[in-house]
Design a protein around this ligand. Structure first.
Ligand code: MN
Length: 241
């Protein structure tokens, strides 16, 4: 099996090395990742300038760094790798739960593969201020891949690992009940105004959702669809034309 590994934290992220190392137990790995951090770039692609790649070792594995977004990196990886069987993204330094799925470059890298019919799996580690322990995390990533590869799987899966997992896997839905994305004003040391975009969940998560699962210490697996059409609304207005 050929596996392409990417991320949005950049080629030097220890989470990328950890994921690539686990992936190498399952097949031949090629790593293609952004040359600098591209978190929260979502599914942006670069169209106003050319892309370039340079060799970059990731641990003992062959890798390339690209001057582009996570989606660019997967596109470039598919070009370099000639249709891998699986694309993995991560392990992101921080969770990608609920609305994060819309903002996430980690999920977008896996989604770029799914666009082309190749299964994509995004991995994120929920930190909440804790330091990541990659050696402790790796067996859980392996457990998830064992689970997904042993049976029919969705085209795109968003995996979130609690910092201290119980070891149980839980299929979940995306928690989008509440969101308080807002601009928070502040000022720089010279007294000039500046602003932070802040998006944090504002209420307790619903049982069965991705956010609920990681709060229980469960490893959350959310199957993601590529069609975001509001089917319920469409049904109400049928026939549409
Ligand atoms: Mn990131």
């Amino acid at each position: 099996m050929r596996i392409l590994v990417s991320n949005d934290d950049g080629i030097f992220s220890p989470g990328l090395a950890a994921l690539a190392q686990v992936a190498s137990k399952f097949g031949d790995v090629i790593v293609v990742a952004p040359d600098v951090e591209q978190s929260a770039m979502s599914h942006a692609i670069t169209i106003q300038r050319p892309l370039q790649f340079r060799p970059a070792k990731v641990g003992t594995l062959e890798g390339f760094r690209v001057n582009g977004t996570p989606a660019d990196c997967v596109a470039m990886g598919l070009y370099l790798c000639d249709k891998p069987d699986l694309v993995l993204s991560g392990i992101n330094l921080g969770s990608n739960l609920g609305h994060d799925v819309w903002h996430s470059g980690t999920v977008a890298a896996a989604k770029q593969a799914a666009f082309l019919g190749i299964p994509g799996v995004a991995f994120s580690l929920c930190l909440n201020g804790d330091d990541p322990d990659w050696e402790a995390t790796k067996p859980y990533v392996e457990q998830v891949l064992d689970h997904l590869l042993a049976r029919e799987k969705p085209i795109l899966v968003n995996v979130n690992l609690p910092i201290h997992p119980t070891g149980e896997l839980c299929w979940t839905y995306q928690s989008v009940r509440a969101y308080n994305g807002q601009v928070v004003p502040g000022e720089d040391p010279q007294g000039r105004p500046h602003y932070w975009f802040s998006a944090v969940p504002v209420s307790a998560p619903d049982k069965g959702s991705d956010r609920w699962a990681v709060e229980q210490g469960l490893i959350s697996l959310t199957p993601i669809t590529l069609d975001v059409t509001d089917r319920a609304w469409l049904k109400r207005v049928q026939p549409p034309c």
